[in-house]
Design a protein. Structure first.
Length: 318
C-alpha cells in the first residue's frame, strides 16, 4: 500500500535532499507529491506528482491550498522544508492531524527561539555551552567581527567585517543585526533527529570543508564526543522535536555553538544519508510510532562528499 507524502517548497535544496533521501530507501512504497510557487523548482520534477501553489507569504491562501491538497491526495505525512513556513505548519499541527496528515515539528515557541540568534545564543550560554562573544556596540578595536541578521535563514546577511568603514555601514543599517566575536576555526554541521521527549535519537556531525551561499559543497563525516554532548544538551533545552541541524565552530579545543535550525539541512544532508542515517526515513517512522532499530543509526565516520550542479531537462506541453 502506497504512503502519500507531501514535500513543500520543493525549490529549496532541503526539499530536494528530502526527496532524494526518501528515494534511496526501499522499506516503503511512497507516492511523493511536491509543491512550489515556481514552476522551475527542481523538486517538482523529482516527485511523482507536482502542484504550483501560492507564495508562503500569502499565508491564508497558502494554508488553504495545503489543506486542499492534503484532502485531494489523501496525504498522510507532510515534510515542510522552507524556514519561512516551519512556524505556519507548527501552528496548524492539530488541524492537519484532524484531516489525516502528520507533521514532525517542535512547538512554535521553540521555532521562535531557534530563529532568534540573540535569544538562542543566550539560551545556550545558560546551559554552559560556549558561544562567541556578542558586542552590543562594536568598535574598531573589536575587529575582525562576524555579523548576521538576528532573524535570518542560511547565510542571508552573514559576513565578516574587517575594517571600520564596513562596521560603520552595518551599524547604521535598518536591519537588526548581531555582532559577534570572529571564530577562525573548523566549522561543523550536526544533522540531528529528536523524539517527542526532546531526546536525541541520532546526531551526525560533519565538517564543512567548503560552502557556497551557506550550503556545504565539500564535507566529511566525523565522530566527536564533545559535539554529541553539546547537541543533546541544546536539543533538550530548546525542546526540539523532529529534525534539526546545528552549527558549531571549533577553535583550538573549544567548541562554540553558532545556531540551530529546526529543519533539514540544505547542503550536506545527502552526506549524512549516505553515511548510513536516513533522517527523512527516520522521521517517517517516528510519525508512525515505529521503533527505530539500532542498525539504522550507524553513522560512518570519514565519508567524504563533493557536490556539483546537475540539470533537469523539462519537456512538457506548453
Amino acid at each position: 500500500m502506497k504512503i502519500n507524502i507531501l514535500v513543500t517548497s520543493s525549490g529549496v535544496m532541503s526539499a530536494v535532499n528530502v526527496i532524494k533521501s526518501l528515494r534511496l530507501q526501499n522499506e516503503y512504497d511512497l507516492n511523493i507529491i511536491a509543491i512550489d510557487m515556481d514552476e522551475y523548482a527542481p523538486g517538482l520534477y523529482l516527485a511523482d506528482k507536482k502542484y504550483l501553489c501560492p507564495p508562503v507569504k500569502q499565508s491564508i491562501d497558502y494554508l488553504n491550498f495545503i489543506f486542499e491538497i492534503i484532502q485531494r491526495e489523501s496525504i498522510q505525512f507532510v515534510f515542510p522544508c522552507y524556514s519561512g513556513e516551519i512556524s505556519l505548519f507548527a501552528k496548524n499541527k492539530k488541524e492537519l492531524l484532524k484531516i489525516g496528515a502528520n507533521v514532525l515539528l517542535p512547538n512554535v515557541d521553540t521555532i521562535k527561539l531557534c530563529n532568534d540568534k540573540m535569544k538562542s545564543n543566550s539560551r545556550a550560554k545558560e546551559i554552559n555551552i560556549p558561544v562567541p562573544e556578542i558586542f552590543a556596540n562594536p568598535t574598531e578595536s573589536d575587529l575582525p567581527i562576524f555579523t548576521r541578521l538576528v532573524e535570518g535563514s542560511s547565510s542571508d546577511g552573514a559576513l565578516l567585517i574587517e575594517n571600520e568603514l564596513l562596521l560603520n555601514f552595518y551599524l547604521k543599517e535598518n536591519y537588526k543585526r548581531i555582532f559577534q566575536q570572529y571564530i577562525d576555526g573548523v566549522e561543523y554541521t550536526v544533522d540531528t533527529i529528536c523524539d517527542y521527549n526532546y531526546d536525541v535519537i541520532k546526531a551526525c556531525p560533519r565538517i564543512r570543508i567548503s560552502t557556497k551561499s551557506g550550503q556545504t559543497v565539500k564535507g566529511i563525516t566525523v565522530n566527536d564526543d564533545k559535539i554529541q554532548q553539546y547537541t543533546k544538551a541544546i536539543c533538550k533545552a530548546f525542546k526540539i522535536v523532529g529534525v534539526c541541524n546545528l552549527q558549531f565552530m571549533r577553535e583550538g579545543n573549544t567548541y562554540y555553538f553558532i545556531e540551530v535550525n529546526p529543519r533539514y539541512a540544505a547542503g550536506g544532508l545527502m552526506l549524512t544519508t549516505n553515511s548510513g542515517v536516513n533522517l527523512p526515513l527516520l522521521a517517517l517512522k517516528i510519525m508512525q510510532g515505529i521503533t527505530i532499530d539500532q542498525s539504522e543509526l550507524n553513522h560512518n565516520s570519514g565519508l567524504k562528499m563533493t557536490r556539483y550542479w546537475q540539470e533537469i531537462i523539462i519537456s512538457e506541453p506548453s
